[in-house]
Design a binder for this molecule. Structure first.
Ligand SMILES: *[C@@H]1O[C@H](CO)[C@@H](O)[C@H](O)[C@H]1NC(C)=O
Length: 134
């Protein structure tokens, strides 16, 4: 019981640590709308995995996003990309077409800035387009 309580305390402490700033109210990726909660879930998971040195899925998310498209983000590189879902949090399997990108990661890895949602939908080859925030 004591172990369970201290594990839960750690879990909550870990979850509360990651802070993502500048998230929009919602974002539309070629017809799929993500809520601020969807965005926060994905961005927070990305930062927590990064801070713990862990990745999920065969493509190892979160991983660095190199911005080959040359987007003009208001956050600073290095950027991390992580799959975003309309329900739940990505934990392996097919990553779908849409990603959250975070940057301006603090040196203690507890906070980061939202950069954008990007999508493969409506784009050619492997390139990304920017989703529309609102
Ligand atoms: C989010 O909603 C608030 C309140 O309606 C609004 O002031 C703000 O501009 C919205 N953010 C974006 C990115 O549109």
């Amino acid at each position: 019981m004591k172990f369970l309580i201290s594990s839960l305390a750690l879990l909550f402490a870990g979850a509360a640590m990651a802070q993502i700033s500048d998230e929009p109210n919602s974002s539309n990726c070629d017809g799929t709308t993500y809520s601020q909660k969807n965005i926060d879930d994905a961005a927070t998971a990305a930062l927590n995995y990064y801070a713990n040195g862990q990745t999920v899925g065969k493509d190892g998310y979160p991983h660095q996003y190199k911005d080959y498209e040359g987007f003009d983000f208001s956050c600073s590189s290095p950027y991390l990309e992580f799959p975003i879902l309309t329900s739940g949090t990505y934990d392996g399997g097919s990553p779908g077409a849409d990603r959250v990108v975070i940057g301006s990661i603090s040196s203690d890895e507890t906070s980061a800035q939202y950069c954008a949602l990007i999508t493969h939908d409506g784009e050619s080859g492997n390139s990304f387009g920017e989703c529309t925030d609102s």
